[in-house]
Design a protein around this ligand. Structure first.
Ligand code: BTN
Length: 267
């Protein structure tokens, strides 16, 4: 079922329990990318907490210039504008913050456990159900913002994924056997994001890192990290205080990886 755009935007906004997120809620039939749209709003002076949700995206963006498959009536494609008074080096930790909020939400809606895969994927039964793309942006007037983009596969059937994604992607419907009401999940996600963000502003991310660690299966697993043409094999150990992944390499030393530049595979 598609959204009832005007009514549903109002009903999302009016039923939030948020201090900040959801100050404006835009619900649109089609955009190129909700991240790009929110960036344009930032450039035009939008206030913190603005949320843009699209029924479908024609050029949904993923990490490393990939596209995010965004079919109508199947997924949630949503971006939130934050304007923390923090330096850009908080971007990785804010990505982890968004991951914690999203995994907590998904675990309210699925019987199968959703887990975080560093830096910004959410898996169910080893397949990707959600991706996060957090971007730092500066408007021409110097105003800075962080755009948190969340794409969640909700009501896709296996054959509704492009062939190249079928082996690696899943949806809540596939995992649960039941469709999920997107509006309920959106409300819950925005509430969780608001809570985690308030906590982040208070403690600089300590609680985020603790919760992130509780919601991952990555540690003690063999990983392969690719950074440009460099490939590192080793065992994922923990996150450090900045949210970098610490890996014990095959040579036995510990190396820290920043989320910006790397992709990670588990063996
Ligand atoms: C990834 O796993 O590579 C990140 C995917 C992020 C997709 C979301 S969908 C909503 C928002 N708008 C975009 O263009 N991208 C993000």
């Amino acid at each position: 079922m598609t959204y009832d755009f005007e009514t549903d935007a109002a009903s999302i906004k009016d039923n939030l329990d948020c201090a900040l997120i959801g100050s404006t809620v835009l619900l649109l039939p089609e955009v190129d990318s909700t991240n790009k749209l929110v960036k344009e709003y930032l450039e035009n002076g939008a206030e913190e907490g603005l949320v843009a949700i699209a029924e479908t995206q024609t050029a949904g963006r993923g990490r490393f210039g990939r596209t995010w498959h965004s079919p109508a009536e199947k997924g949630i494609y949503l971006s939130v504008l934050l304007k923390p008074r923090l330096t850009p080096n908080h971007l990785s930790r804010l990505t982890l913050m968004a991951g914690v909020a999203t995994v907590s939400t998904l675990n309210e809606f699925t019987r199968q456990r959703a887990t975080l895969k560093w830096p910004n994927d959410i898996l169910i039964n080893g397949k990707k159900a959600c991706g996060l793309l957090c971007e730092y942006s500066q408007a021409p007037d110097g105003t800075t913002g962080i755009i948190i983009g969340v794409g969640i596969n909700i009501n896709h059937l296996p054959e509704q994924f492009p062939e190249e994604l079928r082996g690696t992607s899943t949806s809540l419907l596939i995992e649960n056997g039941l469709p999920v009401k997107r509006l309920s999940l959106i409300r819950s996600l925005l509430n969780h994001l608001d809570q985690e963000y308030q906590a982040y502003l208070t403690d600089g991310g300590k609680e985020t890192l603790r919760k992130w660690t509780l919601n991952t299966d990555l540690f003690e697993k063999q990983v392969i990290i690719t950074c440009g043409s460099n490939i590192t094999r080793g065992v994922a150990l923990r996150l450090d205080d900045s949210g970098r992944l610490i890996v014990r390499t095959e040579g036995g030393d510990e190396k820290a990886f920043d989320s910006g530049e790397v992709t990670l595979r588990t063996k």
